[in-house]
Design a protein around this ligand. Structure first.
Ligand code: FAD
Ligand code: NAD
Length: 480
């Protein structure tokens, strides 16, 4: 006899656990199957995000930022503390504590919402049928009216630099170093490369990032990308663009090291590191997710094929999060989880895929949403922009945190906000103000006519909206 549920979710990352909780809130008898286990065979919820992604990386970013500030900027405030040192083990322990608290928090939420957590690997057998293979190889079958697949993603690999989890690591290994590497190499100047490169650079590593593309952060407009590159380079990250990695070898001598070979235009280069992080993207975990007889449609890159409502080709089977098309971001998966749950309950919920905010949590943070100026030009839509620099913000100056700027992009014909890019302190939170405004189809004038607290960093957003029409108060406006 199979256990019967209304909804079975496979995977408890942010897409899966949010889907499960929302389903339970809506009255569905819901189970969530998770294969990540503790030593005592208990399921560990939260997926990549809580265990080896968003949360531990931000814990280390925050710890390392405090150290960097102490060494570089406390003296500006008259605080003499440059002699401080790093206790990597204590830093990791704090990070692990934060992770533990949050993963247990999901277990608590499952309990209070009456979601049944099941430890094991879930396999879709067909419509409404899931097999769970337990830690000891035991098997049981679950049946459900609906199945939500949320098995997430894992780090991509490249043949020239095979991860050995000693000298060459992926993002998970880079969150676990037991000492600060003297020379750290990173392959990929994407989100992970910049965030984890920053962590170890702030703690003292000499960091070199090798990026295959000639363009830095292609999602930003070129002007903002140049500004970000300048700031990060000044902080000590050496970022080599157009560097195609061709091979690597590891030395086992007294001082273990990894040598990376790369091609930079017509020239060949070689660099030697104590550790190498491979951060070249992530791929969906779909290999063993479904029995071949189930007939689940999976594309060439391993993504489960879905429509705009996350319905797969199989009736009553849905897929959400990193497993499906779109940006691999926790909040995108969470919104999809909520959408699927609510549509199962007969609501008409949709995800606005045109408005997915992105943030790189370096310091300053780099955040963007909607279309940038270059994209508007390419689309042939006339636009205006309004920019404002953090250096002109009283609050940023008081905090000694003046790097970066805001660039607001609006449709010329309607004044409607089309996008925003922010490099600066708290850019993620500042950008969210614009994302909310965009959800309500606000214009630059709407923001300009809104009263902002003084002195607050958010005044940079206000001033950028004023600048769209040449009315910024705290800078000289461009002649229009
Ligand atoms: P996952 O979080 O990958 O969860 C999938 C879960 O399914 C896992 O727990 C896995 O064990 C389980 N599973 C897989 N197959 C099965 C199976 N057959 N049976 C049972 N269980 C299964 N995103 C952001 O938005 N902001 C950030 O700041 C951010 N920082 C990141 C930092 C790092 C270092 C990394 C690696 C990623 C980061 N991300 C960030 C990306 C974010 O972690 C992912 O987008 C998000 O976790 C995807 O959620 P998901 O639920 O789709 O999948
Ligand atoms: P990414 O796609 O952001 O960056 C990968 C980079 O590696 C790209 O710039 C790419 O051009 C480069 N690259 C690829 N192959 C290469 C090669 N052979 N040699 C040199 N460079 C190469 O991927 P990521 O940084 O690995 O992150 C994976 C995913 O996790 C992303 O989709 C991201 O959205 C998500 N994530 C998000 C956050 C956040 O939201 N703050 C943080 C970390 C990760």
């Amino acid at each position: 006899m199979s256990k019967q549920f209304d909804v079975v979710v496979i995977g408890s990352g942010p897409a899966g656990y949010v889907a499960a909780i929302r389903c339970a809130q809506l009255g569905f008898n819901t189970a969530c199957v998770e294969k990540w286990q503790s030593a005592s065979n208990k399921p560990i919820y939260g997926g990549t995000c809580l265990n080896v992604g968003c949360i531990p990386s931000k814990a280390l970013l925050d710890s390392s930022h405090k150290f960097y500030e102490m060494q570089r900027h406390f003296a500006d405030h008259g605080i003499r503390a440059e002699q401080g040192s790093i206790d990597v083990a204590a830093m990791m322990e704090r990070k692990n504590k934060v992770v533990g608290q949050l993963t247990l928090g999901v277990a608590g939420l499952f309990k209070s919402n009456k979601v049944t957590g099941i430890s094991g690997t879930g396999t879709l057998l067909g419509r409404g049928r899931v097999r769970v293979t337990g830690p000891e190889g035991s098997q049981e079958e679950l049946s459900a009216s609906s199945v939500i697949l949320a098995s997430g993603s894992e780090p991509s690999a490249i043949p020239p630099t095979p991860v050995d989890n000693r000298l060459i690591v992926d993002s998970t290994g880079a969150l676990e170093f037991d000492a600060v590497p003297e020379r750290l190499g990173v392959i990929g100047a994407g989100v992970i490369g910049l965030e984890l490169g920053s962590v170890w650079s702030r703690l003292g590593s000499q960091v070199t990032i090798l990026e295959a593309l000639d363009d830095f952060l292609p999602a930003l407009d070129r002007q903002m990308a140049r500004e970000a590159l300048k700031i990060l380079t000044r902080q000590g990250l050496e970022i080599k663009l157009g560097a195609k990695v061709t091979g690597s070898s590891t030395g086992e001598g007294k001082k273990k090291s990894v040598t990376v070979n790369y091609e930079d235009g017509d020239e060949s280069g070689e660099a030697v590191f104590d550790k190498l992080i491979v951060a070249v993207g992530r791929r969906p975990v779909s290999g063993d997710l479904a029995d071949s007889a189930a007939g689940l449609a999976i594309d060439k890159r391993g993504f489960v094929e879905v429509d705009e409502y996350c319905a797969t080709n199989l009736p009553d089977v849905y897929a959400v999060g990193d497993l499906v098309r779109g940006p691999m971001l926790a909040h995108k998966g969470m919104e999809e989880g909520v959408m699927v749950a609510e549509r199962l309950a007969g609501k008409k919920t949709q995800v606005n895929y045109d408005l997915v905010p992105s943030v790189i949590y370096t310091h300053p943070e780099i955040a963007w949403a909607g279309r940038n100026e270059d994209e508007m030009k390419q689309a042939g839509i006339e636009c205006r922009t309004g920019s404002f620099s953090f250096a002109a913000s009283g609050r940023a100056l008081a905090a000694n945190d003046t790097d970066g700027s805001v660039k607001l992009v609006v449709e010329k014909a309607t004044d409607r906000i089309a996008g925003c890019q922010i490099i600066g302190a708290s850019a993620a939170d500042l950008l969210q103000q614009i994302v909310i405004a965009m959800e309500f189809s606000a214009s630059a004038e709407d923001i300009a006519l809104t009263m902002f607290s003084h002195p607050a960093l958010s005044e940079v957003v206000h001033e950028s909206a004023l600048a769209v029409h040449g009315h910024a108060i705290h800078k000289a406006n461009r002649k229009r």
